[in-house]
Structure formats: C-alpha cells, structure tokens
Ligand binder design. Structure first.
Ligand code: SAM
Length: 241
C-alpha cells in the first residue's frame, strides 16, 4: 500500500489525512528504516509493507472499533516496540493521551527521538516491564481508558500484563492475526480471573492482500486481584488457566 493508497483507504472510514499527518507518516517511515540499520526494530522494511502492515494495521482499532476511543481518552500501549499500534493511532487522533511501556531501553530511546521529530505531545515513554508497571504498588495501575497490545504475547499471558492497567469500565484491545479463536478459548479463564469480560472479537481483512486480522475487546468489569500481575517472567512461564 503506497502512502496515497493509505490516505484513500482511511478516507473510507472518515479520516481525511492532512498534509501534516501524511508528512508525519513519511518522517516515521524514514526514521524507522534509518534507525533499523543499527537497532533491531522491524523485519518489515519495504515502504508499501510498512504502510500496510505497520501503519494501517496499527490504526485498525480506530477504524473497526471506534466506540472505545472517547475524546481525549488515555491509552496505554504495552510492548509497543517501534511504536505500534499507538503512535500511528496518535497521528490520526492527536487528542488521545498515550503512554508506552516497553522492556527494551533501545526501543524507548528510538521512540523518544521519533516523538520529538513528529512533534507529538501528551506521550509518556516508559522503560519497564509490564509486570512491574502494573503491579499493586504502581501509580499506573487501573489508570487507563484503553490498553492496547500487538504482537507481544498470547492472550492468556497478555491479559495479565494489560488488564491490571485498565480502569474499571475501561477496555483492553488485543490486535491479533488469524486463529484468534484458539487464543480466546485458552485465554478466557485468565481474562475472567483478572476482572475482564470479552465483549467483541471483530474479524476483518486488511486491504491489498486480504490478510485476516482480529481485534479482541475486553471490558474490565471488576478490580484485578492484587496478586496480579505476578513477578516478571511468571505470566509467560505459568499462564493463568
Ligand atoms: N507492538 C510492537 C509491534 O506490533 O510491532 C512490537 C512487537 S515486539 C515483537 C514485542 C515488544 O514487546 C518488544 O519491544 C518487547 O520489548 C516488548 N515486551 C515483551 N514483553 C514485555 C513485558 N513483559 N513488558 C514490557 N514490554 C514487553
């Protein structure tokens, strides 16, 4: 998908990107590719692929599940890596307040430079593990309207990293490729134990090659028990359920 195809695809959903926003995506692409020479950020480097598989894919929660993104909502993106999905979301919706937490300091360094280049405001970039960032002593626990994550862990593990960070009545949205049904059935018990309830599993196709994507939306209905998230590494080693 070329930048112009990207612009046209978003128009179908009512997003008419300004020249400034188009330029922000261009600068994002160039800085991603340049930094990727020295710091491992992405295996996807072809321009058309970056626009489709990183930029378009990242904004699909705004396109396919817009009702969860209220005006000025606070978003926490767990394991954003090179900024996906939350920075493309921020370019489309400058009103949103973004917090990124990632365990790799080189990626946070990249993001700090990128955010300055893109002139984005209301963004906090935090080097931490989600297990400590969301634990019972953390000021961030239970603070966010929406928690997002893409390509970080399978749902049973990811739920323990993400649900503690959401407010009561907030949402956790997992961006998944195909086969989300299996992950959902494996993750159901964890989601329930952590205080969540699956309210939507939205399946759709990406433009151009028709790849299947899923957005799993969890509503946090109860407080997460204090013992979760467990210490770093434990959610992955011993998933709930
Ligand atoms: N979300 C990005 C994307 O879709 O391109 C990055 C995906 S990358 C495969 C996974 C990222 O999650 C890495 O940057 C890694 O450092 C981060 N990560 C993995 N486990 C984490 C944890 N427990 N806490 C915080 N970050 C974590």
């Amino acid at each position: 998908m070329s930048p112009e195809e990207f612009r046209k695809a978003l128009q179908k959903f009512g997003y008419d990107l300004s020249d400034k926003q188009m330029k922000q995506f261009e600068v994002y692409f160039e800085f991603l590719i340049a930094t990727n020479e020295n710091v491992n950020l992405t295996a996807i480097t072809d321009k058309k692929d970056v626009y489709l598989k990183h930029f378009y894919d990242s904004v699909t929660p705004l396109l396919e599940t817009p009702t969860y993104f209220a005006d000025s909502a606070s978003i926490c993106d767990v394991g954003a890596g090179a900024g996906f999905p939350s920075l493309p979301i921020k370019i489309l919706r400058p009103d949103l307040k973004i917090t990124i937490v990632d365990a790799l300091s080189k990626r946070i360094t990249f993001l700090n430079e990128l955010v300055a280049k893109l002139n984005l405001t209301d963004i906090a970039l935090i080097h931490d593990r989600a297990e400590t960032f969301g634990n019972k002593r953390s000021e961030y626990r239970g603070q966010f309207d929406v928690v997002t994550a893409r390509a970080v862990a399978r749902l049973s593990v990811l739920s323990e990293l993400c649900i503690p960070l959401a407010k009561i009545d907030g949402y956790f949205i997992a961006l998944k490729a195909a086969n989300s049904e299996t992950e959902l059935s494996e993750g159901e018990e964890a989601i329930s134990v952590l205080g969540g309830k699956v309210i939507e599993n939205r399946q759709f196709e990406l433009p151009v090659d028709g790849d299947i994507r899923n957005l799993i939306v969890v509503n946090k209905t109860r407080q997460t028990p204090n013992k979760y998230p467990r210490k770093p590494g434990t959610p992955n080693k011993e998933p709930i359920g």
